[in-house]
Design a protein around this ligand. Structure first.
Ligand SMILES: [Zn+2]
Length: 373
C-alpha cells in the first residue's frame, strides 16, 4: 500500500464516523409517528391470549413494541444521556396512596407532584407504578438483558407535562416516560418494597383496593440513576400504544426470598387463579437502536489471529458494530480503487515520459515519492 492510500484510509473514518453517529441519534429521537387508532377490542385480555392482542388492539402488532431484549454489545453509548433526576418522590406518611389489584398486576397510584426533572428532554409527572413477575418456579421480568430474564420488574409510569392527563398523553408519541428496574432475590428484606408487599393480602381479589401511607418512592428504584438503557417503545399491555420513552436501569433491586414469594403468590387473577407470569414476551426491535448512558462492556469475544474484530470491538461502545464494519469495507474499497488509479497513472506517466522528457521528470519524481512507502 502506498503512502497516499494510507493517508486516505486514515482520513476516511474521521470523515465518516461523526455522520454515522448523528444518523444513529436522529433515528432514535426524530421521526415522530402518529400512533394507530386504538382497536375497538374488548377490555378483557390476558397473558394466555397474547396472539390475539394485535387483533383487538392494532398497536400491539406495531414495529415499536415493548418489552425488548437489550443486547449490551449492540447498545450505543450516548454521552448525551444525563443521569435521571426525580423530584417529590419522598412522600409523607400522611399522604394516602391507592393500591389496587387490577387483575393484571398490583398498581400503586402516584400523585402528580412526583416528577422527572432530569435525563429526559421534557418534563414528566408520575401517574402510577406497577410490577411484573414470574412464579415460584421461574423469573418474570419483561425486559431481558443479553437474554437474561430477571425475577421481576418495576415500572414507574410518567406522562409529559404538556398534556393535561395520563389518558391524553398516552396517545401522543412523546406522551409517556417509563422508568424500569429489575428485581432479584438477595440477602435481607427490602424496607421500601415492604411498604407495598405488606398490603398485598388486603387486595388478593381482582378489583380490590387499599390505602398505603406515603413513603420514599425513590427507594423502590436503584440508588444509581446514572446507568441506564434508553429506547423508544410501547405500553407492554393493551392498548400497546407506541408512545413510551423507556429507561431501563442497569442496577438491580434486591428483595428477600420471602418478599419475592409474597409478590408471586398472593394476588389472584380474573380466572381466580394465582396471578403469575404477568409479563409479555420480548418484541422485535425492527431496527430500533438502544442507547446506553454508559460504556456497556460487551461480553469478551475472543477471535484469535484476527485484528479486524478487535478494531470493531474498540468502537462498539460508541458505534454500532455494523456501522464500523461498513466503514472498514468502505475504506478498503476506496484504498483499492486509489491504488488502481495510481497504478494506471504511473504507467501513463511512464509512457508520457517518452514524449516529453522535461514534463515526465517532474511526474516521475512525484510518482516515485508516492511509491516509496
Ligand atoms: Zn409494566
Amino acid at each position: 500500500m502506498n503512502r497516499a492510500a494510507l493517508r486516505v484510509s486514515l482520513l476516511f473514518p474521521l470523515l465518516l464516523l461523526p455522520s454515522l453517529g448523528r444518523a444513529g441519534s436522529d433515528q432514535e429521537h426524530g421521526g415522530e409517528e402518529t400512533p394507530h387508532s386504538p382497536g375497538k377490542g374488548h377490555s378483557h385480555w390476558s397473558y394466555e391470549d397474547l396472539k390475539h392482542w394485535s387483533t383487538d388492539y392494532l398497536d400491539c402488532g406495531g414495529t415499536k413494541q415493548s418489552p425488548i431484549n437489550v443486547d449490551t454489545a449492540q447498545a450505543i453509548f450516548s454521552p448525551d444521556l444525563r443521569p435521571i433526576q426525580i423530584s417529590g418522590y419522598s412522600l409523607p406518611a400522611s399522604e394516602q396512596l391507592k393500591l389496587k389489584n387490577n387483575g393484571h398486576t398490583v398498581v400503586l397510584e402516584l400523585p402528580d407532584s412526583l416528577a422527572l426533572t432530569g435525563g429526559y428532554a421534557q418534563q414528566y409527572r408520575a401517574a402510577q407504578l406497577h410490577l411484573h413477575w414470574g412464579s415460584p418456579s421461574g423469573p418474570g421480568s419483561e425486559h431481558t438483558i443479553n437474554g437474561h430474564r430477571f425475577a421481576a420488574e418495576i415500572h414507574v409510569v410518567h406522562y409529559n407535562t404538556k398534556y393535561d392527563s395520563f389518558t391524553e398523553a398516552m396517545v401522543h408519541p412523546d406522551g409517556l416516560a417509563v422508568l424500569g428496574a429489575f428485581l432479584e432475590v438477595g440477602h435481607g428484606e427490602n424496607q421500601y418494597y415492604h411498604e407495598i408487599l405488606k398490603h398485598l393480602f388486603e387486595i388478593q381479589e381482582v378489583g380490590q383496593e387499599t390505602s398505603v401511607p406515603g413513603f420514599n418512592i425513590a427507594g423502590l428504584l436503584p440508588a444509581n440513576l446514572k446507568f441506564y438503557f434508553h429506547y423508544n417503545g410501547s405500553l407492554t399491555t393493551p392498548p400497546c400504544y407506541q408512545t413510551v420513552k423507556w429507561t431501563i436501569f442497569n442496577q438491580t433491586m434486591l428483595l428477600s426470598h420471602h418478599q419475592m414469594s409474597v409478590l408471586v403468590s398472593t394476588l389472584r387473577s380474573p380466572d381466580d387463579e394465582i396471578l403469575q407470569n404477568n409479563y409479555r414476551p420480548v418484541q422485535n426491535l425492527h431496527g430500533r437502536r438502544v442507547l446506553a448512558s454508559f460504556q456497556a462492556t460487551p461480553p469478551v469475544k475472543h477471535t484469535p489471529g484476527s485484528g479486524a474484530p478487535a478494531t470493531a470491538e474498540g468502537h462498539s461502545s460508541s458505534f454500532h458494530a455494523g456501522d464500523v464494519l461498513a466503514v472498514l469495507f468502505g475504506v478498503l474499497f476506496a484504498v483499492t480503487a486509489l491504488a488502481f488509479l495510481l497504478y494506471i497513472y504511473k504507467h501513463r506517466s511512464q509512457n508520457a515520459r517518452l514524449d516529453s522528457p522535461t514534463k515526465s521528470k517532474v511526474i516521475y519524481t512525484a510518482a516515485s515519492t508516492e511509491n516509496t512507502a
